[in-house]
Design a protein around this ligand. Structure first.
Ligand code: AKB
Length: 320
């Protein structure tokens, strides 16, 4: 790959993934794009940045032509929480963005497309404990429906056009650089920020809610490892389960108390409880381990220590 376009480069994963890709492929070879949100100085100063809306196919095509793009990473999406408040917005942004990405990549004979999937593909009928790679996919959210459709579309483009399309079923991603927006797993980030700022947090899901989660360094590694895997050795393409850790909110609070002993937590479950309840507690990622060597590095306490340290530094500098 010579020139990579990151769509959604201002979001939680995109902002850190772009910087990591620039380290690997060179600053000038990774073009960051966003729709409206102002990018960080780090993102702006380390390489090209373009504003455009991925639901506009002509604009996507022009940006790809301008930079001679041969790979697209499309991280732009409306997540599960906002998607349930505005299902048609989720369908339009997620599906139009996906189809435009696949079509432009096909027309321009690109070398690779990365499209994220999510644990949101699962739903009633999926075993909740260690959800298998191959299982019932009947999500109850519009976000999940777009992710299942995305996986099917990706396989269609692989089989019909020979396009190299890849993707991971991301669990909840926990990070301290860019806040997530509009997801169900956002509580697992907010809890750390509130622990540092106020030593207390009111959680929008119940204490025994247990979901698959991953720390950002593992997320970046998984994404880049899959991008660099030998395509001919992959049996799956855009639907890899990737596990890292799985814990309840109570366990998170206990982990935080190892560093902030007087941290308090209370619970006011809202509509996102039903979404969380429809997702599995953990996933079976044997296919990712076998096909491209996936192995996570962080567990809950290691992540908690790192998150609290990074957030405390921001707090001390008055940045949050
Ligand atoms: C969400 O909560 O909607 C996302 C996801 C699990 O894909 N973080």
């Amino acid at each position: 790959m010579k020139n990579i376009l990151v769509v959604g480069a201002v979001g939680q994963i995109g902002s850190e993934l772009t910087l990591e890709l620039r380290k690997v492929y060179g600053n000038d070879n990774v073009v960051a794009t966003g729709r409206k949100t102002k990018p960080s100085e780090k993102l702006l100063n380390s390489g090209h940045f373009e504003y455009f809306d991925v639901t506009n196919r002509d604009d996507l095509y022009s940006v790809c032509k301008k930079y001679n793009i041969d790979a697209i990473v499309n991280m732009a999406a409306i997540l599960s929480g906002v998607g349930e408040q505005n299902p048609m917005l989720a369908w339009n942004v997620n599906m139009e963005g996906l189809i435009n990405t696949l079509e432009v990549a096909r027309e321009m004979k690109m070398k690779q497309v990365m499209i994220p999937s999510s644990i949101a593909v699962f739903g009633p009928g999926t075993p909740l404990d260690c959800a298998p790679q191959e299982t019932v996919l009947k999500p109850t959210t519009m976000y999940g429906i777009t992710k299942v459709s995305g996986e099917l579309m990706a396989d269609y483009y692989v089989n019909k056009y020979g396009l190299d399309v890849r993707g991971l079923r991301y669990p909840g991603i926990i990070s301290h650089e860019t806040l997530p927006g509009g997801g169900t797993t956002d509580y697992a980030v907010a809890i750390y920020f509130e622990a540092v700022k106020n030593k207390k947090y009111t959680c929008f899901v119940k204490e025994d809610t247990r979901l698959p989660m991953m720390y950002m360094p593992d997320c970046l590694k998984a994404t880049i490892d899959l991008m660099q895997a030998d395509f001919s050795k992959l049996k799956h393409h855009s639907d890899f389960n990737v596990g890292a850790m799985s814990f309840s909110v109570t366990e998170m609070a206990e982990s935080i108390r190892k560093f902030i002993p007087d941290f308090e937590i209370s619970y006011e479950p809202d509509f996102r409880q039903a979404i969380a309840d429809s997702w599995p507690d953990s996933v079976d990622d044997a296919a990712a381990r076998e096909e491209w060597g996936w192995k996570p590095a962080y567990n809950l306490d290691a992540m908690t220590e790192d998150m609290l340290k990074a957030i405390q530094e921001k707090h001390d500098k008055g940045l949050i």
